[in-house]
Design a protein around this ligand. Structure first.
Ligand code: GAL
Length: 694
């Protein structure tokens, strides 16, 4: 009897486990978006066949197609989608379906304009584009629930459907929030839940400042600079940013639950395609909801980036950082939209350098991505994105230059799979540099709300350190502080402006056990409400860093300060913490001018078995930060490399992968006997090389 019970339990556990959606030995899979509703049905079979001919392994459909799924309220129509799912399967393509919630149909918005987003000026958004609905509206959520339910009933059991994407780039496009009655009501509810009483809210929002006291939660509005004469409470703004991210995560979760409810034994994975680096929505809040972490990335859209070819190559660090962040949740990650060629929405939309698209795909491979998808297969002939390239030219059949690069990358991956060795061991030298890069959305929001100098840019600050780490060939996991960092040899926590005692305790324990912690400018100024401590400036970190921070300085545009380390000078302008080291704390860099010339800008403190480095100055080009990190890693015995800027080298599953985002050729750091599998030992700008050291 007991045996039978154990057997039954084992079966249940096995059934509850997720299927092997991404077999390790396949490493990476590449797919493409297709919008069947936009093309004549006679072309569907041909297009699906051609997608497969390009080597793509899956197709992504249904995004934005609400009108075609439900042309009238309650009248569902999935035959067109069903036909395309069948065609995909006949061509050996897996299918990713999408919930269409980013594009409510006209019958819905006309019948219920109250579901629409209201902008900061109080204007209700109109039909005629996308992302115009308000996901806080209970009525909108009801309609989304209905269409998702029908979709899930129809396809949730379908073994041809591999995964689902929820909505599209949920965010209203970067710092555009809804100020509707529905959003306000949800914000108030969240505050009630958080504070319990209005007295607590008044205390944490600083109601005694300018008499901004509230008597009850119903008096609270979303802080909106358009309706305020002077600055709102920074604590109210911080709470609003937190609420907004939670609300988005809650909406993603609501949709995921609907799909899961109707899923059969054949479980399908669920993702949503987050927007790169926008920072309004926090993927870490969806850790319990999502099976796969994906995002959208368009590296070339008129930004100059580094070097003369930077505008055609994209930013190495932006691309790499997102991989390192999204991979850190559960290892199942990849860009859901990676640029296929010229786009239409940048200030200027130049061509990517020939080869660059292929390089981005191999960068995804090197960074450990399990999937890449591209938007889109066919270039549209009408609509606001008609200048946007696809994998096929405007005739619908000829592969575009980007299409050929996708096909090449897929062929490379298929070839590399033949060299896959299960459980290849990460090289020891490389593992010795593994770094947890701690980011905080709260800190980013708080700084954005009150930067204290317009020269400060949090993401740029992060990147100065990230870039340094990549030049040292350090594998990096970008994580939020809710994750365990105790096993990493190094932790870098840049501009960690808000913290609590618990984090300070964890950092201290980490260092005492032998970890190397690097903290940077602005860290520890405030508690998690965004209040200063009733103690000396940033006092909670003094015992950790072995120094005090009596003052910080910021310089006006046009004035740069100098800082010196090991006989070299560096310029800074955005932020300088002036440090006062205790006895025994080593000074690593000092200011070379201003009224605090000679005082410390960076210090190193031995604590227990480890070290804490505090770099208080934010330099113009990050070269000081690079030199100091190099020193810390070398002293810890981690033998940092010295790669040229924008030349990134990663290790994945036994393969070394080099991608060159620099405008000059680079040599791969490989032993003579290394076997090059893709590319060449000399890596031209926009090229990639893969090799094995066996
Ligand atoms: C993305 C969006 C896609 C498409 C693409 C064009 O931001 O998610 O739907 O508009 O841009 O580059």
């Amino acid at each position: 009897m007991r045996r039978l019970l154990l057997l039954l339990m084992a079966i249940l556990v096995l059934r509850a486990q997720n299927p092997d959606w991404f077999p390790k030995k396949d490493m990476l899979t590449i797919g493409v978006y297709y919008y069947p509703e936009a093309w004549p049905q006679e072309q569907w079979a041909r297009d699906m066949g051609n997608i497969r001919k390009l080597g793509m392994e899956y197709v992504h459909m249904g995004e934005f197609a609400w009108y075609f799924m439900e042309p009238q309220e309650g009248k569902y129509q999935f035959d067109w989608l069903e036909k395309n799912v069948a065609l995909a399967a006949q061509n050996g393509l897996k299918v990713v379906l999408c919930t269409p919630s980013a594009t409510p149909p006209i019958w819905l918005t006309r019948a219920h304009p109250e579901i629409l987003m209201v902008d900061a000026q109080g204007r209700t958004m109109e039909h005629g584009s996308r992302e115009h609905a308000d996901w806080s509206s209970p009525l909108y959520r009801e309609y989304v629930t209905k269409i998702d339910t029908e979709l899930a009933k129809k396809f949730g059991h379908d073994p041809r459907v591999w995964g689902w994407q929820i909505d599209n780039e949920l965010s209203h496009y970067g710092r555009r929030f809804s100020y509707s009655r529905a959003a306000t009501a949800k914000f108030r509810e969240w505050l009630k839940e958080k504070y319990g009483t209005i007295e607590r809210l008044n205390r944490d929002w600083g109601g005694a400042f300018w008499s901004t006291m509230y008597q009850n939660f119903d008096q609270i509005e979303i802080p909106n600079e358009e309706t305020l004469v002077a600055d709102p409470s920074p604590h109210a703004v911080l709470d609003f940013r937190r609420w907004f991210a939670h609300e988005a995560a809650d909406y993603i979760d609501m949709q995921a639950k609907i799909i899961r409810r109707y899923q059969g034994e054949h479980k399908q994975w669920i993702t949503t395609n987050f927007m790169t680096m926008h920072g309004d929505v926090d993927p870490a809040l969806s850790q319990k909801t999502l099976d796969v972490f994906s995002w959208t990335h368009y590296p070339v859209h008129g930004e100059l980036n580094e070097g003369p070819l930077g505008f055609r190559l994209g930013s190495a660090e932006q691309m790499s950082f997102m991989h390192d962040f999204m991979r850190s949740f559960n290892g199942l990650s990849g860009p859901m939209e990676l640029q296929p060629g010229q786009v239409n929405w940048g200030d200027v939309n130049p061509w990517p350098l020939p080869g660059a698209i292929h390089m981005w795909l191999l960068r995804a491979f090197g960074a450990g991505a399990r999937l890449v998808c591209t938007y889109r297969y066919r270039q549209p002939l009408y609509g606001s994105e008609l200048y946007h390239k696809g994998l096929a030219e405007t005739d619908g059949v000829t592969p575009s230059p980007g299409g050929r690069e996708y096909a090449q990358a897929m062929q490379d991956v298929v070839e590399l799979r033949k060299h896959y060795v299960a459980d290849a061991k990460e090289p020891t030298d490389y593992a010795a540099r593994r770094t947890a890069f701690l980011i905080s959305f709260d800190a980013r929001w708080d700084i954005e709300n009150h930067p204290q100098t317009k020269r400060w840019d949090t993401v740029e600050h992060w990147f100065r350190y990230y870039r340094a780490l990549k030049s040292m060939m350090a594998p990096v996991d970008v994580i939020t502080a809710d994750r365990d960092f105790s096993k990493y040899p190094f932790v870098v926590a840049p501009a960690y402006q808000l913290l609590d005692e618990e984090l300070v305790r964890r950092w201290t324990e980490y260092v005492q056990n032998g970890g190397h912690l690097i903290l940077t400018s602005r860290t520890g100024q405030k508690d998690t409400r965004g209040h200063l401590w009733e103690a000396l400036w940033a006092a909670p970190i003094y015992p950790l860093i072995g120094a005090r921070i009596p003052i910080y300085d910021v310089l006006p545009v046009g004035v740069n300060g100098n800082v010196e380390a090991e006989g070299k000078r560096y310029q800074w302008g955005s932020w300088g913490d002036v440090l006062e080291p205790e006895e025994g704390t080593e000074v690593m860099a000092q200011y070379a001018d201003q009224f605090y010339a000679g005082r410390a800008a960076a210090v190193d403190h031995k604590l227990g078995k480890g070290t804490v480095t505090y770099i208080g100055v934010d330099t113009m080009d990050g070269e000081l930060e690079r030199a100091l990190l190099h020193r810390v890693y070398a002293e810890a015995g981690a033998s940092p490399a010295d790669l040229a800027p924008n030349f990134f080298v990663d290790w994945r599953d036994g393969f070394w992968v080099a991608t060159n985002f620099a405008s000059v050729p680079q040599e791969i750091p490989a032993a003579q006997g290394a076997q090059v599998l893709v590319g060449n030992r000399t890596v031209a700008p926009g090229e990639a090389t893969v090799w094995v050291d066996r």
